[in-house]
Design a protein around this ligand. Structure first.
Ligand SMILES: NC(=O)c1ccc[n+]([C@@H]2O[C@H](COP(=O)([O-])OP(=O)(O)OC[C@H]3O[C@@H](n4cnc5c(N)ncnc54)[C@H](O)[C@@H]3O)[C@@H](O)[C@H]2O)c1
Length: 500
């Protein structure tokens, strides 16, 4: 541990918020990886080594799944309202640790500390939300006449594994536990290899609050993820990750006909009609990019399709608004834009920026690392905006997962909508217009799972979030997420005939 950043508002040093344990947590205890393998974890803001974390493998998965399966046999029978009580207690405990967890995530994943406290609060809200839904795991009865009772019940599926991405490490590690647990499943979290520390701290905080084996955290990379997907006793797998990984997980899950819940990537459009205030839509375009965490968000609206009538003015105002995002030390409470997760991802994003230049897009803001010499050891890129992007360019087609915005001009509505729907992705879409009918018609036509009108970026607890096409399968943050971790059983009871 070498980082000692301290800020009055943050109130802690990074050293003081590190997890004590860096092994695998299952069966209510910490276990060294059976292979003995550990990997270094780095701070993307300054390249410093934060510590060593266990790298799980197939043998660890065998042991963890056995403990989780054993715990399931008891957890599934805990009365729903008692499960809910325990989940609410977890939510309260998480809130108490919001500040240190935010700092830990900032140091480990590079997102600014000022924003990461909100991730802890959202995770706590997810625990409370699903705790409130435990009695909605309902079945139905079917009329069969006086001599039979026929009804269906919903049962938990068993051991659930959820494999998550690096961009919101704590929110995903904690928040993705809530729905499976509420439904009576046990849960194994596979945190991102780039930023596993807050998931380990999570296990330290809540591991003892639930019965042993109900919650497990298995750090590691593809090997541990893949072993979870393949395991006979893992009943269902959820993934937050790339399309490529989604395909690999689904292929492997198919070997055991295992259901999957996939939250994957996006190349999400923001559509600006000519009747909107250019400044308002410019604010939406910039907010939709999530520059705070360097655009590293599946829902980022990284393609802005702006009508010809307002195009130039919108660009001027987008450029002006980008100045609010200044890359800085993620652990400093004043920082408005953080670091890219890794050197590899930094290089990949710079490759996209070069491709846009080579293909003739017009760079109007940013375009590379900031000049600040204090940041030279971290992985930073300024907010980057290209105008006059055309459909065939790579930055118009591919998910960059970085702070690179592509602005495109349109005048023909039908051609614009064809362009919107021309990519393989279909996660979010943001529509800006004052014309109610146009808003509804466009919302119907776009191929996306989650659509905003005159809004962008926000999630609403209870509203189903998820993608169509290559952006995923299934919905989260809603009742449907909890029900997806259940299976239906129909029971038919023949009544003895009674003489009347
Ligand atoms: N739709 C959403 O809700 C959402 C949210 C955040 C991020 N994402 C997507 O995540 C991607 C960025 O994250 P990333 O680069 O960490 O993604 P990734 O797909 O490389 O990795 C995601 C997770 O999957 C694991 N993994 C990788 N290969 C695996 C395999 N074959 N079997 C089992 N597990 C495997 C990784 O170790 C990691 O924990 C982007 O595409 C982004 O859009 C989607």
């Amino acid at each position: 541990m070498t980082v000692t950043s301290l800020d009055a508002d943050v109130g802690h040093s990074v050293d003081s918020v590190m997890p004590t344990h860096t092994d695998l947590f299952y069966g209510g205890a910490w276990h060294a990886p059976l292979s003995g393998d550990y990997a270094d974890v780095f701070n993307p803001g300054n390249g410093a080594r934060l510590g060593r974390v266990a790298v799980g493998g197939a043998a660890d998965v065998d042991a963890a799944v056995a403990a989780s399966r054993q715990a399931f046999l008891a957890w599934r029978d805990v009365a729903p309202l008692e499960r809910a009580r325990q989940l609410r207690a977890v939510a309260m405990e998480l809130r108490k640790h919001a500040k240190p967890l935010a700092l830990l995530d900032a140091a480990d994943c590079g997102n600014p500390v000022a924003e990461m406290g909100a991730d802890v609060m959202i995770a706590a809200a997810l625990f409370e939300f699903f705790a409130g839904l435990v009695t909605e795991m309902k079945g139905a009865s079917i009329p069969m006449g006086p001599n039979a009772v026929n009804f269906s019940v919903r049962e938990p599926v068993g051991v659930v594994a959820r494999i998550v991405a690096f961009n919101h490490p704590f929110l995903f590690a904690a928040g993705k536990m809530a729905a499976p647990l509420a439904a009576g499943n046990t849960i194994i979290i596979k945190p991102p290899e780039q930023a596993p520390l807050s998931a380990l701290r999570l296990a330290e905080i809540i591991g003892g609050m639930l019965p042993p084996g109900v919650v497990s955290v298995l750090p590691g990379g593809v090997e541990v993820g893949s072993a979870l997907v393949a395991h006979r006793d893992v009943a269902m797998v959820g993934l937050v990750g790339s399309v490529q990984t989604g395909r690999a997980v689904m292929r492997q899950a198919a070997e055991r006909l295992k259901p999957v819940l996939l939250e994957l990537g996006g190349k999400n459009p923001l559509i600006a009609y000519p009747d909107v205030d250019p400044d308002e839509v410019a604010a939406g375009i910039v907010a939709g990019m999530n520059f705070t965490w360097c655009g590293q968000s599946c829902g980022s609206t990284s393609r802005a399709l702006v009508h010809d009538d307002i195009y130039d003015e919108v660009i001027t105002r987008v450029v002006a608004r980008c100045a609010a995002y200044v890359p800085g030390d993620p652990t400093d409470a004043a920082t408005t834009m953080g670091a890219i997760i890794s050197k590899a991802q930094h290089e990949r994003i710079m490759g996209f920026i070069q491709s846009a230049k080579d293909e003739g897009a017009r760079l109007v803001y940013g375009g590379g690392p900031p000049a600040n010499p204090a940041l030279c050891d971290g992985f930073f890129i300024e907010p980057t905006v290209f105008a006059d992007v055309t459909p065939a360019m790579r930055i118009a087609q591919e998910e960059i997962f970085g702070p690179v915005l592509a602005i495109m001009r349109w005048s023909d509505e039908a051609a614009m909508l064809d362009l919107v729907n021309s990519v393989d992705y279909g996660l979010t879409c943001s529509i800006w217009t004052n014309d109610l009918e146009k808003a509804h018609r466009t919302a119907q036509r776009v191929q996306a799972g989650f659509v905003w009108v005159n809004e962008v970026g926000k999630h609403f607890l209870g509203a189903p979030f998820g993608g169509v096409k290559q952006s995923g399968i299934g919905r989260e943050e809603c009742l449907g997420e909890m029900l997806s971790f259940t299976q239906e059983k129909n029971i038919h009871i023949s009544l003895r005939r009674v003489a009347r």
